[in-house]
Design a protein around this ligand. Structure first.
Ligand code: NAD
Length: 381
């Protein structure tokens, strides 16, 4: 038995190893045979250090947006007979922060719809016109496709600016701004009121929005105004949404927000107080989980997502490099798809996750676990 395990391990190791050992692992003991596999196993780690980045990037599997969709579709087929389905039929979700079909909010909307939820969207007022026009003209029809072949249906799109709690907070220069003047009832309290009038209640609240006007500035050069604006748009906006939506969220409901590892590790370039805003968002996730849990059995979780080339991320300026960095250095060498975040969001808001609250769940190909950059030039000598 021990011999066959050893042979299996050695076959695995032989296939992977190409160069000598760099990292030492403790010896492995199988039954009474001491097997000296540490050198061979550790050499399998050095393979990814040594591989030139471009070569590994082009030869390894690329992003396949349809993987999750296909998996969900196959899952749906299986679920008609048996299995462990994510079932959100009869639930209604409000997803704040969707203005195109590239970001995490859109992918979450699709995943929740695929699981059977009714979808309401909150779109930032300045982006509303172009989003609604694109929807109407069929620009998103390809990406609206769900696993069962139907198109994602959005029951209603609400204009929203999550920086303002009520009309009294809105300054005159915003009221008179022509990008806002065509819309009404877009402050957080007004949107909650409109949804109450239109639908009565919701079960799921998703916060997939962020904004930091000075995100490209180092923290050391960030103004007070820029810092507070980042916190207002990216963290307090979640508190405000949960606070004002609480009366219309059914008991047992669930919320999700999207955070980033810059909250706990230094990511140079993610500036303007955005790292602080994500740290606040994660801390608030825990405190709000307690408060909303005790009040209405509402679960509050966050997903710490890996890099995605969304519109917001492109505004920061170095997202393509972050995607490449993740590809080379994460345990899973594949590009992250927004659908993978959508699928985890669907799980977290579903009854399958009924005991999970106050958690930050990483969906980043494991990048957060790394303590060493595999592609560092220091490792190549
Ligand atoms: P995105 O551009 O699709 O989403 C951001 C949305 O926020 C946009 O629709 C924008 O219109 C909206 N928004 C901005 N200010 C607003 C306001 N005041 N009121 C209402 N809406 C407002 O980009 P995304 O990257 O999918 O971002 C979604 C969430 O994911 C954000 O919280 C972001 O920080 C987070 N995230 C993104 C990445 C990434 O690499 N893209 C990584 C980790 C976390």
């Amino acid at each position: 038995m021990a011999a066959s395990i050893t042979a299996g391990l050695q076959m695995l190791v032989t296939r992977r190893s190409t160069s000598s050992s760099r990292m030492m692992l403790p010896s492995t003991v199988i039954s009474d045979t001491k097997v000296t596999i540490q050198t061979k196993l550790s050499s399998s780690f050095s393979i990814s250090f040594a591989k030139p980045f471009r070569q590994s990037f082009s030869s390894a599997p690329r992003r396949d947006n349809n993987v999750v969709t296909r998996a969900m579709s196959e899952e749906n087929d299986k679920n008609s007979v048996s299995g462990l389905p994510i079932d959100l039929r009869g639930k209604r979700a409000f997803i704040a922060g969707v203005a195109d079909d590239n970001g995490y909010g859109w992918a979450i909307a699709k995943a929740l719809a695929a699981a059977g939820a009714e979808i309401l969207i909150g779109t930032w007022v300045p982006a509303l016109n172009i989003f609604e026009t694109s929807l109407r003209r069929g620009k998103f029809d390809d990406s609206r496709r769900l696993p069962n072949g139907s198109l994602l249906e959005i029951a209603k799109v609400y204009p929203l600016d999550a920086v303002f709690d009520s009309l009294e907070d809105v300054p005159d220069y915003i009221k008179s701004n022509k990008r806002y003047s065509g819309s009404s009832n877009w402050t957080v309290t007004e949107v909650a009121e409109s949804i109450k009038n239109d639908f009565g209640s919701i079960d799921i609240l998703v916060h997939s929005l962020a904004n930091g006007p000075e995100v490209t500035k180092p923290l050391l050069e960030t103004s007070r105004k820029g810092y507070l604006a980042a916190l207002s748009a990216s963290s307090y906006s979640f508190i405000s949404l949960l606070q004002h939506f609480l009366p219309i969220i059914n008991p047992g409901g669930a919320t999700i927000s999207i955070t980033y590892v810059a909250s706990e590790r230094i990511i140079p370039g993610y500036g303007g107080g955005m790292s602080s805003a994500k740290a606040a968002l994660e801390s608030d996730t825990r405190v709000l989980a307690f408060e909303a849990g005790r009040k209405k059995q509402i679960r509050v979780n966050a997903i710490s997502a890996g890099p995605l080339g969304s519109r917001a991320a492109k505004a920061i300026g170095f997202i393509e490099k972050m995607i490449e960095y993740s590809y080379v250095n994460a345990p899973l060498q594949k590009e992250l798809s927004a659908d993978e975040v959508g699928a985890v969001a669907a799980f977290l808001v579903s009854p399958l996750a009924s005991a999970i609250t106050g958690s930050v769940v990483y969906v980043d190909n494991g990048l957060n676990t790394m303590g060493l950059a595999c592609d560092s030039p220091s490792l190549s000598v």
